[in-house]
Design a protein around this ligand. Structure first.
Ligand code: ATP
Ligand code: MG
Length: 249
């Protein structure tokens, strides 16, 4: 379980997050919606301190991440703890971030082999299993730039290889050609069906409605509406949320 309490983030004099709280229990799939600039990416990045929050608390499996105040932001005061938590919270970016000089297979093996220091044969077998699962096993000896599409599925396999307990996705299909979007959403739907805990920033409304246990709509750094997909998509209380949803559908 992951709990965020009253997360604030200020860049200069711009308060981008104004106190966001959210709880993901194991198996929850939470979709985060909102217009451009509402703070979705910043919030996601604050969860594993890719961005340092200005204020707030982060609890992972009931354990509070130790934070100490710096000049403006909170910083991790225990790097070992932060590293341990980060390994359990996988992040899938919009822009894949694969290593260009490594094959697909090497990309997926890199973390478990060199960060987790797992035995090579075990890592190889698991990597092949994961590449098969995301439907790209036949391309395992190719380099990322030789793949036409499929990079995001590799990136997902690479994240899964670290055995994360929670997966964070920041618009994983936004940089894809339209014909590739369905494949990636299919993989993500499979992960949701497996009971994975996921926080997903997305503009794919049909997908969000189908897979989410909860939908959160952000507006100007605050939670403006949240609830079940039926509630948020079907009868939101907030006029802004209603307008946003009808604008993207
Ligand atoms: P999008 O849908 O376009 O991805 P978003 O909801 O993810 O938008 P954020 O990227 O979190 O929004 O940005 C929220 C606000 O914070 C924006 O006004 C953005 O300009 C500002 N911002 C984000 N990162 C930084 C940064 N590193 N320095 C200064 N301002 C930033
Ligand atoms: Mg964003």
């Amino acid at each position: 379980a992951l709990e965020l309490r009253d997360i604030h983030k200020t860049f200069g004099d711009h308060e981008v997050l104004k106190g966001i709280s959210l709880e993901a229990r194991d198996g929850d799939v939470i979709s985060i919606l909102g217009s451009s600039g509402s703070g979705k990416s910043t919030f996601l990045r604050c969860i594993n301190l890719l961005e340092n929050p200005t204020r707030g608390e982060i609890l992972f499996n009931g354990e509070a991440l130790n934070l100490k105040p710096g000049e403006c932001d909170l910083y991790a005061s225990d790097m070992k703890q932060l590293t341990r938590m980060r390994q359990k919270i996988g992040f899938v970016f919009q822009s894949f971030n694969l290593w260009p000089h490594m094959t697909i297979l090497q990309n997926v093996m890199e973390g478990p082999l060199h960060v987790l220091k797992r035995p090579k044969q075990e890592v190889l077998e698991y990597a092949e299993y994961l590449l098969n699962k995301v439907g790209i096993a036949d391309k395992k000896h190719m380099y990322p730039n030789q793949l036409s599409g499929g990079q995001q599925r590799v990136a997902i396999a690479r994240t899964l290889a670290m055995d994360p307990q929670v997966l964070l996705f920041d618009e994983p299909t936004s940089a894809l050609d339209p014909e590739l979007v369905g494949e990636v959403l299919g993989v993500m739907r499979g992960l949701a069906d497996e009971g994975r805990t996921m926080l997903i920033v997305t503009h794919e409304m049909n997908f969000a409605r189908e897979v989410s246990s909860e939908v959160v709509f952000l507006h100007q750094g605050l939670v403006e509406e949240k609830g079940t997909p039926d509630k948020v998509f079907g009868s939101p209380d907030s006029e802004r949320c209603k307008a946003f949803i009808s604008s993207v559908f």
